[in-house]
Design a protein. Structure first.
Length: 406
């Protein structure tokens, strides 16, 4: 742990959090909290997605209450440690670099942005200091394309901290799926009231559903299919099929919206998009299960971002470390990428390509490591060494690039 043992570290006074929110700007911060609150409405899949996307900001908003701060748990104390990192850094920066830090915070409080990229930067710097490196925030101090300059035992390296959303590797984005479910849910409830029973609507959707945002078109097709009481609607690019739901043990569940998801996940796999709509009055249930026409390829999205970072953000004058954060990735997906060695294979192939010439190593982490959640990667990240780099065995860089698999 880079910030001490969170089980015994007591939450500090509110001053670091207050100082951090002051860096963000009181008006901007409160506006952001109101915006997230309006989107994270209960009872909708889009609201749940917004809560997940902005979990870090919601934690900070809760901790801004002294009563909540006094009861801060393990994960909240980790967040406070990063807040303290940010405020300690801001306190020693000159006005120009401090303004750059404030712009980073501001970018995380706009549109679909969040504060994960900033906290990834702070965590990466803290990990490297813990491993014996002198760390300098050149990105903030001098506006360099890379973020950090690190040094140990005479070895010097540039560090780039990149954040990529797993949505970039999904042909059907979870956010778009949530929008579709929320739009069709009222019609489903009406239909269930008139057609008591348990059903599953299986969908194979076009690859460009997210690219062209065809949610309105799909909503119309589902509603027309239900209104016409059809069992199937097939076209060249999408197939919708309505069947009775037959799942051993599911019918006996007292609360199907709680009992079904785990069983459905076992049946349809990690890549399926699932939703359950229930009519409490009749006990009727409609499950929607969707898959895109091709598999997710989150690892390839990660590789694209690594190649871009290596080309655009490293100077080539020093060895480069690429610290990649995979956001919008749940624990089961992260475990799958690690257990199947899919991500490892893609990253190691990247390290053999021309774009990776200045890269001495790549690290990968997710929110599991940021918040110290179960199923963290060992030592807080995956690390992959570039064996062809002339300084891959540099003694000074060894703590940053060594991994159990090397």
């Amino acid at each position: 742990m880079p910030f001490g043992d969170p089980e015994v570290e007591a939450p500090s006074a509110a001053s670091p959090l207050s100082a951090f929110l002051a860096l963000a700007g009181a008006e901007k911060w409160h506006s952001r909290v109101r915006d997230i609150g309006s989107r994270a409405r209960p009872g909708s899949l889009s609201g749940r997605a917004a809560q997940q996307r902005h979990a870090l900001e919601l934690i900070l908003a809760r901790l801004n209450n002294p009563a909540v701060l006094a009861r801060a748990g393990r994960h909240e104390r980790r967040v406070l440690a990063f807040v303290r990192e940010a405020t300690d850094l801001a306190a020693v920066l000159e006005p120009g670099p401090r303004a750059r830090l404030q712009r980073l915070i501001g970018m995380g409080l706009e549109g679909e942005g969040n504060l994960i990229p900033l906290f990834h930067l702070l965590r990466t710097a803290a990990l490297l200091r813990l491993r014996g490196f002198e760390v300098r925030h050149d990105g903030l101090l001098h506006g360099t394309p890379y973020d950090l300059m690190v040094q140990r035992e005479g070895a010097v390296a540039e560090v780039v901290c990149e954040t990529v959303s797993a949505e970039e590797g999904r042909p059907l984005h979870r956010g778009h799926w949530a929008s579709l479910v929320d739009r069709v849910n009222p019609e489903l409830q009406t239909w269930l009231a008139a057609h008591p029973g348990r059903y599953i609507l299986k969908m194979t959707l076009p690859e460009d559903t997210s690219e062209k945002n065809r949610i309105g078109e799909l909503h119309g097709r589902i509603c027309a299919m239900l209104a016409a009481e059809k069992r199937q609607d097939a076209s060249a690019d999408a197939v919708l099929k309505l069947d009775p739901l037959v799942l051993a043990g599911a019918q006996a569940a007292s609360d199907p919206t709680r009992a079904l998801p785990a069983r459905l996940r076992e049946l349809f796999g990690l890549e399926a998009h699932l939703a359950v709509t229930a009519d409490p009055a009749s006990g009727s249930v409609m499950v929607m299960a969707a898959r895109a026409g091709r598999e997710n390829d989150i690892s390839t999205a990660a590789k694209r971002r690594l190649a871009q970072a290596a080309t655009d953000r490293l100077s080539g004058r020093h060895p480069g470390l690429l610290a990649l954060f995979l956001d919008d990735l749940d624990a089961a997906e992260w475990r799958g990428l690690r257990d199947t060695l899919e991500l490892e294979g893609v990253v190691r192939r990247f390290l053999t390509e021309a774009e990776a010439k200045p890269v001495v190593a790549v690290t990968c982490a997710t929110r599991q490591e940021l918040f110290g959640l179960p199923d963290c990667a060992p030592e807080g990240e995956l690390r992959f060494r570039n064996p062809s780099h002339p300084q891959a065995r540099s003694q000074g860089l060894e703590p940053a690039i060594s991994s159990a698999g090397d």
